[in-house]
Design a protein around this ligand. Structure first.
Ligand code: ZN
Ligand code: ZN
Ligand code: FE
Length: 759
């Protein structure tokens, strides 16, 4: 019996090779009909025997292309038409399918096989790609996503590539970046003397890297500075030139097996490493790793990624155990993307350049991810993730542009049931990053065709993102408290809209009372929140200077707990401080000069780190907290006693914790032990406080958000304790826990508050 069915497939099904998949299936099963994209997804009509139509339906879903994500697939019987063949139809509305721009995707297995096949016409071609892999977001100038609007515009197809592109049964059907050695982009080598004459620029790059030289290599979202990770001298040289003293450097290894010789890799971590987003994954280094110590001094977590372009594979395979692949910039500046720009900006950093002529149109850093409490989460969201949408549990009432925070900025555009976060932009106090910020705002609106009707910004009046928002006078704007945005961000990340208790721990954020918040227990939802309890506030002497110099926070905490007796304490901190400096600081605090009060969790970590003599001044953000996490001992360490009645409501008294730490220090207890106890005790105190918040609010759901949870020890303690107490625990997965996820919360809050007119 013959039947005809109409199938509608929704999800990520455009630009991922779905129609060729349908076509091939229909061909194989001898079915007729048609397939087309429309603005709701993919629509298929299929005709044949009842059995083969059934078989088609299950194979369609079970063997879908690697990048496709099928959300729904409906089937309906329709009258027979009797067509003779199966056709891929162009759909008139295709160009308006605006939200289907794919992120950049790591080289697929099929392309990799061809790359190493001497008989293939793309043998060792560094730009091989297909419908299932290759650059997307970073090569797009504007929509529709068609070759003339990408940086492939300047390359005219040869006849072989053209044939593949037109053939529905081919893996490269409509693959916009399709190219080959005859018609596509090329690589070449350049050094201080100009273009280097060599037959194989990649082999020459490998040879120079082996000699210890520093390369600048053009990639997908920008340049990398590259050295042999086993060469201590070369790594040090790179650090010196880049002005990066201690912050860990990212690494790339040829495959997961190579990484397993250097770091612990769990099965979840391996899956994350091998996912097509190919993030840098934070892994714990083995004691015998064989790489240069200066890759990540004093840090047991190393950032590893696997090759995600053909060029990376060619550089690494059979050549290196690991390469340092750090972003091509001076510290804190945005990554370079243009050839001229790179040659100028990186000339004092790199010994030579491996360049190519496929322009990078959107700057996109490598993403950073990790597995914590057994689950994957992204810490820096950029290449491979952007611009994939994040689905919202409730549609926004009006399209919103959320302007983000100040540090680790990202912006978000929300429309209907989707939010689109920009790639990691950086710290806006850097002028180049601020320029990039403005570019991202324009570009994202452009490629997503979203015109915001409302702006959301942080409550902090001094943030450049706030100032930018307030200058857009034609649009209404909604100010969102920083930690409220964090709470709603983690709720949205988990599809939750109902009121939730938030334990928001971070560095600093502007509070509704004008003080600096950062250790907050909030209860609320997108419509509003209540500040239930918070870490006891102390002065932050010198404001910004106290962030750069953790010793200031240590002195502040000691003075607030011990008063005048603080300087009599026999602790290592005093040995390295000048009496003069301390007196000056005390006067600032006493006279309340430039000493705002803060309940910041990050500053508390800083102060303990300085008290323990681990970090008195930082060279990169959160270094004090990281040092404290790195020395903290095993799980078996016992917490300090604390009064569980503290912090039911209002300030949580941290004084007893500081006293206990000082007592241990005076007794000469090892810092490993004290650091471990500090982590445990603080977690106990915070969880104790939400247990009492639960009794009062009858809410059993806790969201964890804020940069302090990048501390894996603190994060895992908190999750463990909360789960033991029977809480439903919400943590971040799709967006960063740090300020990189702030814009998502801002967008949702503005969407809700705009509708209620509550602003
Ligand atoms: Zn491929
Ligand atoms: Zn070609
Ligand atoms: Fe924050």
């Amino acid at each position: 019996m013959r039947v005809r069915g109409s199938l509608r497939v929704n999800g990520i099904v455009q630009g991922v090779g779905f129609r060729p998949h349908v076509y091939r299936l229909a061909q194989r099963m001898g079915l007729t009909g048609q397939v087309r994209n429309d603005d709701r997804g993919v629509h298929i009509e299929i005709e044949g025997t009842k059995d083969s139509v059934e078989a088609f339906r299950s194979a369609l879903v079970d063997n879908s292309p690697p990048l496709a994500v099928i959300q729904t697939c409906t089937f309906e019987d329709i009258p027979l038409v009797g067509d003779r063949e199966f056709l891929i139809r162009e759909s008139s509305s295709e160009s308006s399918a605006t939200t289907s721009i794919s992120p950049d995707i790591a080289t697929c297995g099929d392309c990799l096989n061809e790359l190493y096949d001497p008989s293939d016409r793309r043998y060792r071609y560094p730009f091989i790609n297909c419908t299932n892999c290759g650059p997307r977001y970073t090569i797009i100038q504007k929509i529709p996503y068609d070759r003339p609007y990408t940086s492939m515009a300047g390359f005219t197809f040869c006849s072989s590539c053209e044939r593949e592109y037109r053939d529905p049964s081919n893996r490269r059907f409509h693959a916009q970046p399709n190219a080959c050695p005859a018609c596509g982009p090329k690589v070449w080598l350049q050094d201080g003397d100009g273009r280097v004459n060599c037959s194989d620029p990649i082999a020459e790059t490998v040879a120079r890297l082996k000699r210890g030289e520093i390369a600048a290599v053009r990639g997908v979202g920008g340049y990398h500075l590259v050295v042999d990770a086993a060469n201590e001298q070369a790594v040090r040289q790179l650090r010196r030139r880049k002005g990066r003293e201690e912050k860990p450097l990212a690494l790339m290894a040829p495959d997961a097996a190579a990484i397993r010789r250097i770091c612990h890799v769990s099965s979840e971590e391996q899956a994350l490493l091998e996912s097509h987003t190919r993030p840098i994954v934070l892994l714990e280094a083995l004691p015998e790793h064989g790489l240069a110590e200066s890759v990540a001094p004093g840090n047991r977590f190393w950032g590893f990624m696997l090759p995600y372009t053909p060029l990376h594979h060619l550089l690494l395979r059979d050549n290196f155990d690991a390469l340092v692949m750090t972003s091509g910039n001076l510290s804190e500046e945005p990554i370079a993307i243009g050839n001229e720009e790179a040659l100028a900006r990186l000339q004092n950093l790199a010994d030579f350049f491996l360049l190519h002529d496929r322009e990078i149109l959107q700057r996109c850093d490598d993403s950073i991810a990790r597995v914590a409490a057994g689950e994957p989460g992204v810490i820096r969201r950029a290449r491979g993730y952007v611009p994939a949408p994040i689905s919202l549990p409730v549609p926004v009432s009006i399209p919103v542009l959320a302007c983000g925070g100040e540090l680790k900025n990202t912006i978000a555009l929300a429309r209907g049931e989707a939010a689109f976060l920009s790639q990691h932009i950086g710290d806006l106090d850097n002028p180049a990053a601020y320029d990039f910020y403005k570019h991202c705002i324009d570009h994202l609106q452009n490629v997503l065709q979203i015109t915001p009707g409302c702006l959301a910004h942080d409550l902090h009046p001094g943030y450049l993102s706030t100032k930018w928002a307030l200058r857009q006078e034609e649009l209404p704007n909604i100010a969102v408290q920083h930690h409220h945005a964090h709470l709603v961000s983690v709720m949205t990340d988990n599809g939750i809209t109902a009121p939730t208790i938030g334990i928001v721990l971070d560095g600093t954020g502007f509070g509704t009372d004008g003080t600096v918040w950062g250790g907050e227990i909030l209860v609320g939802d997108a419509a509003g929140f209540e500040r239930r309890s918070w870490l006891q506030p102390v002065p932050m002497p010198g404001g910004e200077a106290a962030i750069k110099q953790p010793w200031r926070m240590a002195v502040s905490w000691l003075l607030s707990v011990f008063g005048a007796k603080a300087q009599d304490l026999r602790i290592p901190l005093w040995e390295n401080l000048k009496t003069n400096d301390v007196d000056l600081l005390r006067q600032m605090i006493d006279r309340d000069v430039n000493s705002p009060k803060t309940s910041s969790c990050g500053r508390l970590f800083d102060s303990v780190s300085a008290m323990l003599g681990l970090c008195r001044e930082v060279t990169y953000e959160a270094q004090g907290a990281i040092a404290l996490e790195m020395v903290a001992g095993e799980d078996s360490v016992e917490a300090y006693e604390y009064d569980s009645r503290l912090g039911e409501e209002g300030p949580i008294d941290v004084g007893p914790l500081i006293r206990a730490i000082v007592r241990d220090l005076e007794r000469g207890e090892p810092v490993e032990l004290i650091a471990g106890r500090f982590h445990h005790t603080l977690s106990n105190m915070l969880v104790g406080s939400v247990v009492s918040a639960r009794e009062k609010s009858q809410i059993n759901r806790v969201g964890l958000s804020g940069g302090a949870y990048q501390n894996k020890l603190l994060f895992e303690y908190m999750v463990g304790l909360l789960e033991k107490e029977g809480f439903e625990v919400l943590t971040h997965h799709q967006v960063p826990t740090n300020d990189g996820g702030l814009a998502l919360g801002q967008a949702v809050i503005a969407g809700v508050q705009y509708a209620s007119g509550d602003r």
